[in-house]
Write a protein that binds this ligand. Sequence first.
Ligand code: ADQ
Length: 450
Amino acid sequence: MSQDLIVVSNRLPAGDTPSGGLVVALDATLKREGGLWLGAAAEPEEYETDDLMSLPAEGYEKKAFRLNQQEYDRYYLGYANSVLWPLCHRRTDLLAIDRAFAETYVAVNRRIARHIAQAAGPDSLIWVQDYHFLPLAYELRKLGVQARIGFFLHIPFPSLSLLEALPEREIFHDWIAAFDLVGLQTRADVARCLELFRHHPRGEILLDGRVKHGDSVFSLRAFPIGIDTQGFADAAARSDGPSETRFGPGDTYLIGVDRLDYSKGLPNRFTAFGRYLDTREDKTKRPSFLQIAPPSRQEVPAYRETRLQLEAIAGRVNGENARLDWTPITYIHRAFRRADLPALYRMADVGLVTPLVDGMNLVAKEYVAAQDPDDPGVLILSRMAGAAEDMTEALLVNPFDIDEMAEAIATALNMPLAERRRRHAALLEVVRDSDVATWTERFMDCLRRA
Ligand code: ADQ
């Protein structure tokens, strides 16, 4: 029997109660529509047959494809996270170009395509998530699959000039064009994608806005992703936050929450906080900065380097400024209980979201949703985050300009209540508009019509 809806993502939600906005939204959609959710197994293993593993799920089927250690190293750590990730985040200096990475990346996608081809009928909808699966539609078409296939890219779409650094740049066009619907985070991403195809000898932008590439035609649109806004706001209002904390309602503090990733601009953020401390006029003011940065992709060398940089800067800023009763930077580099985040955001006077480049950045939206509308904190947001395209009432900063960020911290900490309220109300409207449930419906509607 063929599945009505097939969702493919790298990660599968662990257990029965999914957490995290996107996972919750996809889980709800699949429960409603029925179908199959396919993702990678949690751990690499030396498998003999590549059958899918069935996992427990309610109302739909959840299955995992296996990766052996070599595939994990070359497909996941290699091509996905040491080629495509740095490329799309404008770090061509970090590219680990290796033929074996590209070959394994395509081979794994081909294997997944064979599994999907067996589950899909002509009326199925297939929704592919993110950069781990760029060749999936291309491989599915080769197997004769006619179903509608949608793709959503969670990270920035690379510009024409960046793509020059990818040995697979030619077939990259065919990969993208094999989807029926390509969803990107922002209007700027859409513009970069159009530019890519407009520039290609086989590419053409049709009058209705769709893109033609050789014999393929696909629709292209921005779908700015969001969070479960109301759920997050409720959780923040309900909880008193973790007990035994120096980060409570009476304390002045700034908060940052990011996977430890070089794209998140953490060294610049730490340096800017240090600069603010050095330049603040009233030295009796002693705000703290709480940075939660759980480990991520530690097998990739560039991530280890960022970690060392952060430890050095935090150590220096604290060494130069700390008092017996005040530690300026509290830096937590461990897995962190997600349930504690909403209250910590709410009680923080300032949210610091300063990536060097970011697809959207959901932390910016979570910080806004968590605030008390009567006495909200201030969001400092990098212009380089996708979120900045619509969240224009944040204090927008250039994350490469340390002085500007230090000034923004001073402005945020001194901002009058009326201005905080006005900015927060405008930001909350943007966050509500991009709610993840609406986001999912919009994408699915477009895919049905594609
Ligand atoms: P990420 O790069 O992971 O996502 P982000 O959008 O900020 O970045 O999402 C991180 C999520 O993880 C947030 O929901 C945050 O609350 C959560 N999180 C962070 N630390 C946590 C912790 N210690 N414990 C539990 N949860 C934690 C990619 C792209 C982004 C894009 C998203 C969604 O890089 O640009 O916004 O996908 O499309």
